[in-house]
Structures are given as C-alpha cells and as structure tokens.
Design a protein around this ligand. Structure first.
Ligand code: A2H
Length: 253
C-alpha cells in the first residue's frame, strides 16, 4: 500500500445492556467495540457492526476512552499512539473470540437506529484496522453484500445465533446522493454487477472502485447538519465533530 501511514477514524460503538456473558467481568466499565473506517461522513447510515466469528479479540483499558475491544495487533499499535498509560504497553483485561460478540447490541454515533447489533462478516481481515467494521450498506458494497446474505438466508443467521429482529428491520438508509448511482449507491452497483454474495470478491472490488471516487468527488449529503454539502467539503468537519463529541478517535497504521 501507500508510502505513509494510513489514518483511520475509530468509531466507538458502546456495548449496551444486557452485557453478554463473555464480557461479564467488565461489568460497570464503559466498553467500546472500536471500528476503523475511512468514511466518517457515512456514519449516519450505520445499520450494524461487523465481527469475524473466528478472529480473536482482546479488551484493554485506555487512558481516556474506557475499555476498547479490538484485535491484539491493533491494541499494540494503539499503545504506541498514547492510548495507554505506558508507551508500548497494554493490559489485556479479557480475550475473546468473535463468536462471543455476535448478537451483542451497541450504540453508535449518528445512526438513526437506537441500537444496532454485532453480526458476522467472513471477509474481515485480521491484519487491518481493528478487525471490527461498522456497516454502512447504503454506501459500502461489502457491507450491503454481507447484510443481504444474512437477510436472505435464515440458515446463515441460525448458524451464528442471530435473531431475525437483529437483521430484518435494518435496511440501508439513504444518506448521500451520487449523480450516477442515486441515493443508495452500494445497492445500485450490487444490482448492476449482479453480485451474489460477500464472497464475490472480484465484483466487489470493482463495485468499491466505482462507488468510492464518485462518492468522494460528486457525493452530496442528504442528512445531518451538513445536508446539501459535497462530501469533499465536509468530510473533515464530520470527522472533527465525531472526535469532539468523543464518539471517535484517530488511529494510524
Ligand atoms: B469502510 P482499506 Cl461506507 N477487514 O468504512 C475488512 N474491511 C475492513 C477492515 C478489515 N479488518 N477494517 C476496515 N475495513 C473496511 C465505511 C465504508 C468503508 C464505506 C465505503 C467503503 C469503505 C463503512 N464500512 O471501505 O483497505 C472499512 O469500511 C472501502 C475500502 O484501509 C474501511 O472503511 O482501504 C475500509 O474497509 C478500510 O479499507
């Protein structure tokens, strides 16, 4: 990849009651699943949180932001970015496997859904970001494909213990308009390329390229305080807003 470090916005998705069995030992603390995104301006459209069932995650205490859950690798990086008391050190409070987090309810900034759920995504990479991804199916083809897989396949939900009401009511939300693709661009390209599932990697790569550049240069926000503005003009403002309200932090790798 590129020369310099990549900047990500880490979205703090707060774990809601009832605290799941696997996280009981953290009860009383503020627990955040942290999701790495390149598109903070799309957070109005979050419908769920993606977790890989087989990846190992850890919980560790940050200085300012409560408990974070992410991969060990991401925690180590954060320990060199002033997230912990001693540089390079992080105390592991808990080790869990993604499966333990599936079906957990979280609260996330800007989304219209009061609570959203942790659902399985099988294409999450362990060596990128935090291993946790926030889902914006209106504008991310990967997210839309994975959501459709769950919505259309009861057996897939069942396999991971996902209840219908964690998935079926959560449809993509129109949050930005791209001239050629309309106001649900990921849905548009998914249909146009006849994508079949989250494993349709070649087409999904193509879909991502189609939506990404166009969205950045020509996309216009349909919601929120910057409604009517072009993405490229307000992306930074929205990132700053998330950080100022303590819903997000910056992270580099
Ligand atoms: B993006 P890059 Cl709306 N495994 O956020 C797989 N995907 C991951 C990941 C991991 N470990 N960590 C982060 N990501 C996703 C929003 C979004 C994203 C939209 C549209 C496109 C898009 C909502 N999901 O990404 O390889 C995260 O999803 C298109 C690439 O560093 C993150 O931003 O370029 C992006 O991939 C980071 O991927």
């Amino acid at each position: 990849e590129g020369a310099g470090p990549q900047e990500y916005t880490l979205i703090k998705m707060e774990v809601l009651e009832p605290i799941p069995e696997a996280l009981k030992s953290l009860k009383g603390k503020k627990i955040n699943l942290v999701a790495a995104t390149l598109r903070p301006e799309t957070m109005y459209g979050q419908t769920n949180c993606w977790i890989h069932p087989d990846i190992k995650y850890i919980a560790f205490e940050t200085v300012k932001d409560g408990v974070f859950i992410c991969t060990r690798r991401a925690a180590r990086n954060m320990a060199f970015q002033d997230f912990t008391e001693k540089e390079g050190e992080f105390k592991i409070l808990l080790e869990i496997v993604g499966q333990d987090l599936l079906g957990v309810a979280v609260k996330s900034p800007f989304t219209c859904y009061v609570k959203i759920y942790c659902l399985p995504m099988l294409t999450i990479k362990e060596d990128k970001g935090t291993g946790i991804v926030t889902s914006v199916p209106s504008d991310s083809p990967d997210d839309y494909a994975a959501l459709v897989d769950l919505q259309k396949k009861p057996a897939f939900r069942e396999k991971y213990g996902i209840k219908d009401d964690m998935v079926l009511p959560y449809n993509p939300v129109s949050i930005l308009e791209i001239p050629e693709f309309g106001n649900l661009s990921a849905v548009h390209v998914y249909n146009e390329l006849k994508i079949q599932s989250q494993n349709d990697r070649e087409k999904l790569t193509q879909a991502k390229e189609m939506v990404y550049l166009k969205g950045f240069y020509d996309g216009v926000l349909l919601v929120g305080e910057f409604k009517g503005s072009k993405i490229q003009d307000v992306k930074k403002n929205l990132q700053t807003k998330l950080i100022e309200e303590k819903s997000a932090v910056l992270y580099y790798e």
